[in-house]
Design a protein around this ligand. Structure first.
Ligand code: GTP
Ligand code: MG
Length: 295
């Protein structure tokens, strides 16, 4: 039986900042989805593909499910999570080691049939005493009839293999959907915008405007060169000033970091032109949220 090829979708869900995108990138072995220490980094359903001789895993990263801010953008993000769970063959419900809060409870309540849910516990490296981790695992184990519970840490490769093994058995016997070399369903153009947004998230402190967005205005492929023109969209002129920084230093650093990451991932030279634009209240404007590609 174990010799039969399996292929299916695996939604990774959990509250914001629990480590979903980091886990996805480590499972796939490639940077597919952006990560940061700020909550609500992920805003799209992004597939990361992992293929071996026996299985093709279609891991689906999702935005952190949350009820704190209620605007057009968040309603769309929460809907994305629900849809991803409904469509998935298996679900990884991610909790952070030692923490189970109301925000986690919100996700737990929305899980469909626990028989297709694997509970994974992230950031185990942050808990030094083994006994504390054990107590936490036995506490959360009883929350639902999960298929399995797997403590993981991106630093411990071993537990990722264990996680893949239990997920595999939840996937249907089916042929591969993607070629063996493919690692995401997303385009270079989409990833370029995401890489820029990641650098904004990582370089700004608490002053990070929640409603920051990146749009690619022009994307040209000229042999081994990409010419990319992108706008960072914020809501107020004060936010624009923060992003640009003194003498344009901050914007320059965001551009340099994003360009380097693109060159590494795309394997080509990149010319990147970046500027900042103000669009008042876009995150609570249904039409603009759609126009910016959130669905
Ligand atoms: N120490 C440690 N830190 C981790 C681990 N996994 C993730 N992190 C950190 O946790 C933070 C959040 O990670 P993300 O992967 O962006 O979290 P997320 O759940 O995708 O967050 P949203 O997209 O905002 O919902 C980042 O600073 C990661 O470096 C881990 O196994 N160990
Ligand atoms: Mg994420």
């Amino acid at each position: 039986m174990s010799g039969e090829f399996r292929c299916g979708t695996v939604a990774i869900v959990g509250r914001p900042n629990v480590g979903k995108s980091t886990l996805l990138n480590h499972l796939v072995g490639q940077k597919v989805s952006i990560t940061s220490s700020k909550a609500q980094t992920t805003r799209h359903r992004i597939t990361g593909i992992l293929s071996d001789d026996q299985t093709q895993f279609l891991f689906v990263d999702t935005p952190g499910l949350q009820k704190k801010h209620d605007n057009s953008l968040n309603r769309v993000l929460n809907r994305t999570v629900g849809q991803a769970m409904a469509d998935a063959d298996a679900i990884v419900f991610l909790l952070e080691a030692g923490q189970f809060s109301e925000a986690d409870e919100v996700v737990l309540k929305q899980l469909p049939d626990p028989g297709k849910v694997v509970l994974a516990v992230s950031k185990c490296d942050k808990i030094k005493e083994k006994s504390r981790l054990m107590t936490f695992l036995s506490e959360v184990h009883g929350k639902a009839a999960f298929r399995a519970i797997v403590p993981v840490s991106v630093k411990q490769k071993q537990s990722l293999d264990e996680l893949k093994k239990v997920i595999r058995l939840l996937l249907p016997v089916a042929p591969a959907v993607y070629g063996a070399e493919e690692f995401t369903d997303r385009s270079e153009r989409f990833m370029a915008a995401e890489f820029i947004r990641e650098k904004v998230f990582r370089q700004l402190g608490d002053e990070l405007p929640y409603a920051v967005n990146v749009t690619i205005e022009k994307y040209e492929e000229l042999g081994n060169l990409r010419r990319i023109f992108a706008a960072i969209v914020v809501e107020k002129s004060s936010q624009k000033a923060i992003l640009i920084g003194e003498k344009g230093e901050r914007l320059k650093r965001i551009g340099t970091d994003a360009r380097k990451e693109m060159e590494e991932t795309f394997g080509c030279k990149v010319y990147l032109e970046l500027w900042v634009r103000i669009k008042k209240g876009w995150a609570d404007d249904d039409a603009l949220v759609r126009q910016y590609g959130y669905e």
